[in-house]
Design a protein around this ligand. Structure first.
Ligand code: ADP
Ligand code: MG
Length: 220
């Protein structure tokens, strides 16, 4: 597999919705420790709205598809995560342009643009204990793997592994952005909920690209 088409992106979005529904209680538990216990509900409300919108008629081009996802998240999710994930997808769409498939480099560039959008919006830096701490290493790992000649399946798998490591590294951190920062030192000792959902985002991207590389394979 050298690229992702709109069908693979839609598969990704569906898988992300499914895993968010499955892990909703866990995300809520994480957010109850250092926030206001709504991250599971926020993400699941947003992704249900996104899937309903796409099921009613998915755009044919990558930019329109990703923009639809982003706008739906912004409009359906209250809380910090809606505008932040919304910005990710909106910026990804703007970077992708009116195409029907992204090759590895274009996918990586699109995710990089999305990450930059999150930073422009939320001003998070490395170690602030936010979704940035999972997303930035994931996008870096994707770039590195592609530069090293990895195919898309291997590159997105490396990104997912890097996201998980970034998520786990948020545990000892003291939050410096978002609601968790109000807790100060008491925010240490817990995973960041947004870093946890971001890891699910990259894990499902890896699954969707692996699946489209070998359509006959058993869904995992
Ligand atoms: P809220 O904090 O409004 O209740 P959520 O609980 O849905 O919204 O999302 C919380 C997550 O949002 C945090 O775990 C963190 O990862 C992320 N977050 C919060 N503020 C920022 C920010 N400024 N930049 C990046 N991510 C942020
Ligand atoms: Mg919250």
């Amino acid at each position: 597999m050298t690229g992702v088409d709109t069908a693979a992106l839609i598969e990704w979005i569906h898988r992300f919705r499914d895993v968010i529904a499955e892990k909703r209680e866990w995300l809520t538990e994480l957010d109850s420790a250092i926030g206001d216990a709504d991250h599971g509900a926020n993400m699941s409300r947003g992704m249900e709205a996104v899937v309903a919108k796409l099921d009613a008629g998915a755009p044919a081009t990558v930019d329109e598809l990703l923009k639809t996802v982003g706008m739906t998240l912004v409009s359906s999710v209250g809380g910090a995560s809606g505008p932040l994930y919304g910005t990710l997808f909106l910026r990804m769409g703007m970077a992708a342009g009116p195409v029907t498939e992204l090759d590895s480099s274009a996918l990586a560039a699109s995710l990089r643009a999305g990450l930059d959008g999150i930073v422009a919006r939320g001003k998070a830096e490395a170690g602030d204990k936010t979704m940035f701490d999972a997303m930035a290493p994931a996008v870096d790992a994707l770039d590195e793997a592609i530069a090293g000649g990895a195919d898309l399946g291997a590159a997105t798998a490396a990104a997912a592994t890097a996201a998980a490591a970034g998520r786990d590294a948020t545990e000892p951190l003291v939050a410096r952005k978002g609601r968790a920062s109000y807790l100060g030192e008491r925010s240490a000792g817990h995973l960041d909920p947004g870093a946890a959902s971001t890891t699910l985002l990259f894990e499902t991207l890896a699954q969707a690209t692996a699946l489209s590389a070998s359509p006959a394979a058993e869904p995992s």
